[in-house]
Design a protein around this ligand. Structure first.
Ligand code: RAM
Length: 341
């Protein structure tokens, strides 16, 4: 299975991303599964709305829903908090959605609401940021946590000569995905980069202004800072905007996880040399095929289950109830114009 088509695979599937979208394949059509059983209704719940990363994953989800001929609606809060997500989970369950696809703002805090939804017959697929594994049916993993941690450490080490002070600008303090990556980045630094010192970890809450302000504070509090790693698309874009207009531009390295469209200007103006990500459109697309396969009874989410994910091919559920999209990808001046998301 070649899952490395990456960013370009779905670029032609143009669907607009607005706050609430729904794709519907018409009435009484197929549900995309072998077992039939009527119309499938899916709900997409990102960490927050207004984040281009999730606009892009929803675009992929909508494209998948359209291909499958199922209904998909996107709902979500403005702020990336678990409390705000709970009400959407409750509503989805009340509306008898067949499967909920969500990026969790907390590994534990959503579990009661998710449990009630599952008791009511809703399948729950996490993608991007997982809950505790026992809370959900499947997790669609963008890349291995080890791979995501290592690519960011490798890039910052390359850019600062493998020595000096660095800091991390993260998303929210409870984010399962960022916290897993940070832990592994710390281990990787300790094991293989003895001369790099991680002096601070700060949280911009996936809020643009807060991330911008935290960048300013990092530079002020750590005058010897050589680099910032921001494992969030909101954080890295805000940090790049701050740096591009400051004396630290070109002196303090910045890398992390970003979308090409948000980072393009900063790569071109020399603020950022290289950063990483996967294709969020493919992630949303894959998560939707998985949700449909569960909802229509084609798979139960057991290790070894296989399902087809349209253009991306066949995937297999792994031991921990997860499905792996692929490898992280490095973006830089040489390739950034090949991508549009
Ligand atoms: C932000 C969110 C998301 C994360 C990306 C890299 O958009 O925190 O969960 O996966 O960054």
């Amino acid at each position: 299975m070649n899952h490395s088509k990456r960013a370009t695979a779905l670029a032609s599937l143009a669907l607009s991303s607005t706050m609430i979208l729904s794709a519907c394949g018409g009435d009484g059509g197929g549900d995309g599964g072998d077992s039939g059983g009527g119309d499938v209704k899916l709900t997409m719940l990102p960490k927050n709305l207004g984040n281009p990363y999730f606009d892009t994953s929803t675009k992929g989800a909508m494209a998948a829903a359209e291909e499958l001929g199922v209904e998909m609606e996107e709902v979500g809060p403005q702020e990336a908090t678990p409390d705000a997500q709970v009400q959407y989970i409750n509503t989805a369950a009340q509306q008898a959605t067949d499967a909920l696809v969500l990026s969790a703002n907390d590994p534990e805090a959503l579990c009661d609401a998710i449990g009630e939804a599952r008791d009511a017959g809703t399948k729950v697929v996490t993608f991007d940021a997982d809950t505790n594994p026992e809370c959900r049916d499947l997790f669609i993993n963008q890349a291995t946590a080890e791979g995501i941690a290592k690519v960011q450490v490798d890039i910052i080490a390359e850019q600062i000569g493998d020595a000096g002070e660095i800091a991390i600008l993260s998303a929210t303090a409870n984010a399962t995905n960022q916290n897993a990556w940070i832990e592994l980045m710390e281990a990787e630094l300790e094991a293989n980069h003895p001369d790099i010192e991680l002096v601070d970890i700060v949280y911009g809450d996936d809020d643009d202004q807060k991330s911008f302000d935290q960048t300013a504070a990092l530079l002020q509090n750590h005058p010897n800072l050589k680099g910032i790693v921001s494992p969030t698309t909101v954080g890295i874009a805000a940090a790049a905007r701050y740096l591009s207009d400051s004396n630290s531009k070109g002196k303090v390295a910045l890398t992390g996880l970003g979308t090409p469209n948000q980072m393009r200007d900063y790569v071109k103006d020399g603020t950022v040399e290289e950063f990483a990500l996967w294709n969020p459109e493919e992630l949303g697309y894959l998560a939707t095929f998985a949700a449909d396969a569960l909802a229509s009874g084609d798979i139960s989410g057991e290790a070894g289950d296989t399902f087809e994910a349209g253009d991306l091919g066949e995937y297999t559920v792994e031991e921990d109830g997860s499905v792996l999209l692929g490898e992280p990808f490095r973006f830089n001046a040489d390739n950034i114009d090949d991508f549009d998301f």
